[in-house]
Write a protein that binds this ligand. Structure first.
Ligand SMILES: [Zn+2]
Length: 325
């Protein structure tokens, strides 16, 4: 077991985690400790005057109000799911710690649920992995963009731009990335976003929204980044001439694009544009926590599940069967 600040002792490896959480009471205690470190609290009225119904692993609030009975899953991505915490935790461990991503088919086989269920679990867990974007990137920041095709083919924006102006074509999704070279943990971190196109009107506001004024911003020679020098020290590397000039390069993002490419190509059969942002968030999360230990990453994900809910309808935009991803 590993020690993590403000968390119960956490298993160190996948096999330890599966063994540990296979006991439903242990899994429950672990989540209760993380969710209610100061004691179980009624989600409806905030009272701590609650009694535990051991046989059903739920609590009853002593106050008089509707929805007196609640489980630890209420108000989290686990709500309304009949899947036990043992399987949820195993799936979270697998998803958070799989270097190149993991498909719903692998999850389904690994924890013995149907592919449809695994798909839903994957998407809920990805939701938990989405980070808030409140703090701005600073210091040295790279900005770059790429296109992801229907068959997960990648092409750099330059090559696309030579053929198509700005939109990337109907079958391509434009993705913009920002990479801060020295993040809060001393390592680089990324933010990625599915954008409508790579025109200036789209890209420039993203830079302004996510990067602290005064930062050094490095981009390629794409015209869409013109006009940033009022707020930033903007330096351009023209990839037609060279890829690196001192500190001026976008190699950090190029590296991230290749990781993303490998994850999507190797793991997912197809990525529909509607879902693309979830895969981007997952890969960004994995990248940004790459220096953390597996157990710490698991705790981090589990902490984030509280307060996030997603329904099947909002995932698919329809009530049809999910695509084979
Ligand atoms: Zn209550």
């Amino acid at each position: 077991m590993n020690k993590i600040a403000d968390a119960p002792p956490v298993p160190a490896t996948l096999i330890d985690a599966i063994r540990y959480f296979s006991d439903p009471d242990r899994a429950l205690a672990f989540m209760v400790d993380l969710r209610w470190p100061n004691g179980v609290t009624c989600p409806t009225c905030g009272s701590q005057s609650v009694s535990f119904v051991k046989t059903r692993r739920v609590w009853t609030c002593r106050a008089q109000h509707p929805r007196k009975q609640f489980s630890v899953k209420i108000g989290t991505i686990f709500e309304d799911s009949p899947i036990g915490l043992d399987k949820w935790f195993a799936a979270m461990w697998l998803i958070g710690n799989a270097k190149n991503g993991i498909s719903s088919y692998e999850i389904a086989r690994g924890i013995r649920v149907t592919q449809k269920t695994a798909w839903f679990m994957l998407h809920r867990i990805r939701l938990a992995m989405q980070r808030g974007t409140f703090d701005k990137l600073a210091g040295e920041v790279e900005a770059d963009e790429t296109f992801i095709g229907g068959k997960a083919r990648f092409m750099h924006a330059h090559k696309r731009a030579a053929k198509i102006t700005g939109t990337g074509g109907k079958d391509k999704s434009a993705v913009m990335g920002l990479l801060e070279r020295h993040g809060p943990d001393g390592h680089s971190r990324v933010r990625v976003k599915h954008v409508a196109n790579t025109r200036r009107v789209t890209l420039a506001p993203e830079v302004r929204a996510h990067v602290e004024p005064g930062a050094n911003v490095y981009t390629d020679a794409l015209k869409s980044y013109d006009g940033l020098s009022d707020a930033y020290a903007h330096a351009v590397i023209d990839h037609a001439e060279a890829y690196v000039r001192g500190n001026v390069h976008t190699n950090g993002l190029e590296n991230f694009w290749s990781l993303l490419k490998r994850a999507i190509k190797g793991t997912y059969v197809s990525v529909e544009p509607f879902h693309l942002f979830r895969y981007l968030d997952e890969e960004a999360y994995r990248f940004n926590t790459r220096k953390a230990k597996d157990g710490a990453r698991f705790v981090d994900t589990l902490r984030a599940v509280v307060g996030k809910r997603v329904t099947y309808k909002s995932l698919t935009g329809k009530d049809l069967l999910p695509a084979g991803t």
